[in-house]
Design a protein around this ligand. Structure first.
Ligand code: XIL
Length: 392
């Protein structure tokens, strides 16, 4: 065919392609692009992610008490594990010493049980979305270590007793390692927990209390940017210490808030090898791959421009998803579950962070740029990346 094309028609064809790519750059168009029928001849429409990976690991998704209603069809078709995105976090479920918000968490547990879906508990100790009241004593002064440990113990026992036997995993401690790449500081010393203890004692205590409260749940340390070499080494040190101190830890959660630019395959493998060498199991607990390598810049005085889900971004994302799932399959013996953070590109927690990933500076004032980080598009339809992942 091509040899019949003369120069003039080539120029016209080029202009059409350029026009098409330009129009696809606007966020409005991107919905249309990603909602095109993403089917391939080999696709079996009757199966969901949980079926494609049934011999490998569980497939999970972060949910809210709202999304289990609005997105239940997709959740039930694709997933066999859920995590509460926010509803079990300490400050959300236990906002005051004598106040508990059980409703949303209970609804998620009931939904999962009704549909025979497994539930990950998230989380029991974090420097964010925590309970500020825990850190102040009855006299208005900073709480003593003893009082803090008692409150941590009581919190963990109350939550784990209520859901005893219902959670197959708990993220016991979340993000206790310093994220800054330019410091030798090992622990996150800005955390109120560190400030109160000045030692990792609270980390060990949380695991011991959780094990006592529900010996059937697997207990995890959960962290982000775990593949970056400097942070990987710090995490490895902490894990070795926990093992040496006979702390009841079963596994490590790699949050996997990634971008089309990072991490590399080699970095993921190295991080996995280290964790596995300690006899720990693994889950990818919060997977998303934003199409932006960093938050979209705010040009002062002008409205930020959302580049949308461009064909270039789509291609890069497909490659990255394929690469990471190839690794997941290779390590399936050690990987117990892969959980996506949010259901579809219709709403990702990254959208309100300028489309950047965890650890990236959050633009201020807040900028809304869509991150398009998941396997389902803004219309909850399967993206091409979905088929790239399930078709080995
Ligand atoms: C995020 C939620 O998705 C947001 O809705 C909330 O505003 C902030 O927390 N690491 C974690 C998750 O362990 O709990 C975080 O979830 C994302 C980063």
């Amino acid at each position: 065919m091509n040899r019949y094309l003369n120069n003039k028609s080539l120029v016209i064809a080029g202009a059409v392609v350029a026009l098409l790519s330009f129009s696809q750059c606007t966020p409005k168009q991107s919905a249309t692009v990603s909602s095109a029928p993403n089917t391939t001849p080999q696709a079996d429409q009757s199966k969901g992610l949980k079926d494609y990976f049934k011999d490998d690991f569980l497939m999970g998704v972060a949910v809210s008490s709202r999304s289990i209603r609005t997105d239940s069809a997709l959740i039930l078709k694709e997933f066999n594990s859920v995590t509460a995105e926010n509803d079990m976090k300490v400050g959300v479920i236990h906002p005051a010493e004598d106040r508990w918000n059980w409703k949303n968490a209970d609804d998620i547990v009931a939904f999962a049980e009704r549909h025979h879906i497994k539930i990950r508990g998230h989380n029991l100790l974090w420097h964010k979305q925590g309970a500020d009241w825990m850190f102040t004593g009855p006299d208005g002064k900073p709480a003593s270590k003893e009082l803090l440990l008692k409150r941590l113990h009581d919190h963990i026992f109350t939550v784990l007793s209520r859901y005893k036997g219902k959670m197959y995993v708990w993220d016991v401690v979340n993000e206790a390692i310093e994220d800054g790449p330019d410091t030798t500081m090992m622990y996150r010393e800005s955390s109120p927990w560190w400030k109160a203890f000045k030692s990792p004692e609270f980390i060990e205590a949380a695991f011991r209390y959780a094990h006592e409260a529900d010996p059937t749940a697997k207990l995890y340390y959960n962290e982000f940017n775990s593949e970056r070499p400097d942070k990987r080494e710090k995490i490895f040190k902490l894990l070795k210490k926990l093992k040496a101190d006979k702390v009841p830890i079963d596994g490590v959660g790699f949050q996997a808030h990634w971008t089309v630019g990072r991490p590399s395959a080699d970095q993921i493998r190295k991080a996995l090898d280290e964790v596995i060498s300690l006899g720990l199991e693994v889950q990818f607990t919060e997977l998303d791959i934003t199409v932006h390598t960093k938050p979209v810049e705010v040009i002062s005085g002008k409205a930020p421009v959302d580049p949308g889900f461009t064909p270039e971004a789509e291609a890069k994302q497909i490659d990255k998803y394929k690469m990471v799932f190839d690794i997941f399959r290779q390590y399936k013996k050690h990987i117990k579950a892969v959980t996506f953070w949010n259901v579809s590109d219709r709403g990702s927690w990254l959208d309100s962070r300028g489309g950047g990933s965890a650890g990236d500076p959050i633009p201020s004032p807040a900028v809304f740029i869509k991150a398009y980080p998941l396997l389902f598009d803004v219309n909850n339809q399967r993206k091409k990346a979905y088929w790239a992942v399930v078709n080995k």
